[in-house]
Design a protein around this ligand. Structure first.
Ligand code: HEM
Ligand code: MG
Length: 306
């Protein structure tokens, strides 16, 4: 069991911004680190990129290969590239694994953009952007489907237990991260009645109450992702935001976890790779277009390599 002291110690180790709320604006960069670019060159660029800025958090995380190249002295045991996942009914989650993830967020969109330009100016000759996406918070923290997102996230120190690698393990205080860009088919989702939409999500739309008993289908998103294994709730810490423009929009899903298996169990349950064989009906209305696993090191482990 995680004691309060252990969790408080872990909390102090995190990169700033892992928990802070609210933030209204975000920007995501997923970047490749070409082999021709040396570790020392990247190190110099990252020092510039990560200069602190008022009102904005610039978080950084690494893909498995990049972390091993950048910090050969330790690797979190479960760290691996995101594998393409396939499930029932033809559903799939692609892998678009790259090397470096920047998570830039704050309240003011202009301040966030200034930080994005700082990061980009520092790394543009060194890294190649694979994804360059702007995110925002919607009224009442609602996803573009109109449902409140984040309600069942753990609270207070439970967040730390869910999100950060425990003391004593390689990478302690850091997090495993999943990012996935989910593109919504709102024209189809919005044709459903409110009742049908609630059956897809597993909560009521207006009042955001979890469905109970027979009202909760096993194919709802909540049923697929609310999992207990050997008495342990497989909690993760979600920090997703909507993104997009008129044509192309959805959710940039972000989750931090103490353990990569928790995330994988949820993804397999969404895909229907389970004994019950149910897949998540949310996948009828939204498609995963990217997928990557990252290691977000604790602040001190980051400082040690910069
Ligand atoms: C819950 C939206 C993808 C994990 C929810 C809820 C909404 C939502 C509206 C209910 C409110 C809440 O508790 O936050 C979405 C959308 C997604 C998406 C629109 C993409 C199209 C994912 C993925 C995972 C995930 C990929 C796992 C890797 C969870 C978890 C919960 C949840 C753990 C809380 C379940 C509970 O304990 O009640 N999501 N989600 N979601 N989602 Fe997602
Ligand atoms: Mg529940």
């Amino acid at each position: 069991m995680d004691s309060t002291e252990n969790l408080t110690a872990l909390l102090a180790m995190a990169q700033p911004g892992l928990y802070d709320d609210p933030f209204r604006s975000a920007h995501y960069l997923e970047m490749l680190w070409p082999h021709a670019v040396s570790r020392v060159t990247l190190q110099k660029a990252l020092r510039k990129a990560l200069q602190p800025r008022e009102g904005v958090y610039i978080g950084i995380a690494f893909g498995a290969a990049a972390w091993q190249r950048f910090q050969p002295s330790f690797t979190p045991v479960q760290l691996q590239p995101f594998p393409r996942l396939e499930g029932k009914n033809g559903y799939a989650m692609p892998s678009t694994q790259s090397d470096i993830w920047f998570w830039i967020h704050g309240n003011d969109q202009g301040d966030v953009m200034d930080a994005v330009l700082q990061v980009h100016a520092a790394v543009r000759d060194v890294l190649i952007a694979q994804l360059d996406l702007n995110g925002f918070k919607n009224r009442e923290e609602r996803d573009l489907t109109g449902f409140v997102d984040g309600t069942a996230n753990p609270k207070e120190l439970q967040r730390v237990a869910a999100a950060q690698i425990p003391l004593g393990e390689a990478g302690a205080g850091g997090s495993y991260v999943l990012t996935q860009k989910w593109s919504h088919h709102l024209h189809t989702f919005n044709k459903l009645s409110e009742y049908e939409q609630e059956q897809v999500i597993g909560r009521t739309k207006h009042d955001n109450i979890e469905l109970e008993g027979d009202d909760m289908p096993p194919t709802s998103h909540v049923s697929r992702t609310d999992v207990t294994v050997d008495g342990v709730g497989q909690k993760i810490w979600r920090r997703s935001t909507p993104y997009g423009n008129a044509e192309d929009h959805g959710l940039y899903f972000i989750a931090f976890a103490c353990n990569l298996k928790r995330i994988r169990i949820q993804l397999d349950r969404m895909l229907g790779n389970t004994d019950d064989g149910y897949s998540d009906h949310l996948m009828r209305y939204s498609t995963a277009e990217t997928g990557a696993y990252w290691f977000m090191p604790a602040e001190a482990d980051l400082e040690a390599i910069l």
